[in-house]
Design a protein around this ligand. Structure first.
Ligand code: ADP
Ligand code: MG
Length: 228
């Protein structure tokens, strides 16, 4: 299946009290299935803005983003909601799991959103928790799990519908470095085994060891710029 993610000359400008902030400037990038791309850069360099534009939570001021044959930047809000649920998995620094739901129920919620038939849901939720190494913990609620385990549940939730792309924004930000590495290793494994394209925005240098491509953003630009 041709599901390359193509980011073509994307810029995003914000107006802040009459001043223009160039959050992204002419960013181009192609991500292929199974590739792990690290988006590195200091705070304010545009990492979150880029992920939000890819995930359809924000729209570029200029440029286009394609997922396979579909132009994300040209979709209606309604279609964007569908796309986000079915083809894109989001993982954030703080996982936002539902506290009264078990690990399995948190994953199941995503499957309900994509309207998977009830009889398929249980098997898929358990299988997905197995993928992230948490099958034994499926009945536990978030507060009964460690920070790393909670992030694994959040990753299971993000990949339950088998998205083409995972967008992870500072996914190791709240974890100690050893646990952070395990989470990065898990993204690597998902890319290798599920052919998922993974974009990880982080200022964590450890990500480089797990990524196929490291993209440095400086003031919203890819650095160093590609020679023309
Ligand atoms: P990073 O994730 O690398 O820390 P961001 O993408 O969050 O960077 O921010 C890039 C730049 O865009 C920063 O200067 C930030 O202040 C600005 N910015 C981000 N979102 C908004 C917004 N909604 N309104 C105004 N400025 C924003
Ligand atoms: Mg950010």
């Amino acid at each position: 299946m041709n599901i390359n993610l193509r980011i073509e000359h994307v810029s995003r400008t914000y107006e802040v009290s009459g001043r223009k902030v160039m959050a992204l400037q002419d960013v181009s990038l192609t991500v292929t299935p199974g590739q792990v791309v690290a988006l590195r850069g200091r705070s304010g360099s545009g990492k979150t803005t880029l992920l939000n534009c890819i995930g359809g939570l924000d729209r570029p001021s200029n440029g286009r983003i394609w997922l396979g044959q579909e132009e994300i930047t040209g979709l209606s809000e309604r279609r964007l909601v569908q796309l986000r649920r079915q083809r894109i998995g989001f993982v954030f620094q703080s996982h936002a799991l539902l506290p009264t739901y078990s690990a399995r129920e948190n994953v199941d919620l995503m499957l309900r959103l994509v309207k998977m038939p009830r009889r398929e849901r249980l098997a898929r939720a358990v299988e997905t928790l197995q993928l992230v190494g948490l099958a034994k913990w499926q009945d536990h609620r978030p507060f009964e799990l460690s920070g790393g385990q909670q992030q694994r549940v959040a990753i299971a939730r993000a990949i339950a519908a088998r998205p083409a792309v995972i967008l992870a924004d500072e996914p190791t930000g709240e974890l100690d470095s050893a646990t952070g590495r395990q989470i990065l290793q898990l993204f690597r494994q998902l890319a290798d085994e599920q052919e998922t394209a993974v974009l990880i925005a982080t200022h964590d240098l450890a990500v480089d060891a797990f990524a196929d491509v490291v993209v440095h953003l400086v003031d919203g630009r890819v650095h160093p710029p590609k020679p023309e």
